[in-house]
Design a protein around this ligand. Structure first.
Ligand code: 0GY
Length: 304
């Protein structure tokens, strides 16, 4: 099937630079997606955007180019609860990719087992209103109870303004809970202001909560340009991400977010995103935890 991209859609960077920062051996890109290809894996009728294709082969070429060893492929909303493209990526990864699925309450135990067999280790609950229609919380809680038995975790995606309203639901989840992109803080607010303090409290008071310190390109207001020779791109994100990495070094993950859905202003060079890592994880020990130890513990525990 042929799909028209959403008007203004930015395609992913075809020739990313080689990062200067060499990631530790065995590093995991713990947040990335595949899109279609639409001709093989059609986009979901209920999708809120139509992306450009971004295949498993292209994803794994990027992995090798950036120096990563493994991927965690997260189901993108443009595929709804049809996990075939993501599962196809996992089963053709030679064991180097695990996945996070989107499922409905109607999924059977046999279907959950098949996802597990393919390498799925989590489900994603999305609360970003521009991306998905509302799913009742009792349905999500039922799913969480079922996937807990498989040893999976729940990935949650929400915006910081919605954390107070979602707090009770999140804190009742029975599994490990992984927050996408630090709960999308509003970077026009102070790092030590009440909004980010609530997110830090969420992590501090709940030892089952982890965070991806990913997506500076999505959160930044200052943007990709270094403002002077001393400073790095996305510099306004640095104090937020550093705080999370340094306070919760054993509960953080990092990912490219390739192929970067829904970016309106610029498409990041994935090599430069990798060069951002040492600005938020400043020691080799923090870098190893972020890129190797933590994702391995969550996604490949049998190798620990
Ligand atoms: C991300 C962010 C976004 C989109 C999705 O599944 C998705 O469609 O995750 C976004 O638009 O903020 O994590 O890739």
């Amino acid at each position: 099937m042929n799909f028209e991209k959403t008007p203004g859609w930015l395609d992913w960077y075809a020739k990313p630079s080689k990062p200067r920062f060499q990631v530790p051996a065995g590093s995991v890109d713990a947040h990335c997606h595949v899109f279609g290809p639409g001709a093989e894996f059609p986009y979901a009728p209920e999708r809120k955007y139509t992306p450009c294709d971004a295949s498993k082969t292209q994803l794994y070429a990027l992995r090798d180019h950036l120096g990563f060893a493994r991927n965690v492929v997260v189901q993108a909303t443009c595929h709804g609860a049809d996990n075939r493209a993501m599962v196809d990526a996992l089963v053709h990864s030679g064991g180097k990719a695990r996945g996070v699925a989107t499922v409905k309450r109607s999924i059977s135990d046999a279907e959950l087992q098949a996802l597990h067999q393919a390498g799925v280790r989590g489900v994603r609950f999305n609360f970003v209103k521009r991306l998905v229609d509302f799913t009742p919380k009792d349905e999500l809680m039922d799913i969480a109870a079922r996937i807990q038995k498989l040893g999976w975790h729940v990935v949650i995606y929400f915006e910081a303004v919605d954390l107070p309203e979602l707090w009770d639901f999140f804190t009742q989840l029975p599994t490990t809970v992984v927050v996408d992109h630090m709960g999308r803080p509003d970077l026009s607010l102070a790092v030590d202001g009440p909004q980010f303090a609530l997110f830090e409290r969420f992590m501090r008071e709940h030892a089952n909560v982890w965070s991806k310190v990913s997506c500076p390109e999505r959160l930044s207001i200052t943007g990709p340009k270094a403002l002077n020779g001393e400073q790095h791109a996305y510099q306004d994100v640095i104090p937020f991400a550093r705080r999370i990495v340094e306070q919760f070094p054993d509960r953080v993950l990092w990912g490219t977010d390739w192929p970067h859905p829904n970016l309106k202003d610029h498409m990041p060079d994935d090599g430069l995103l990798v060069d951002f890592i040492p600005h938020i994880a400043r020691t080799t020990e923090l870098q190893r935890k972020l890129l190797v130890d933590n994702p391995m513990r969550l996604y490949w525990p049998e190798e620990g």
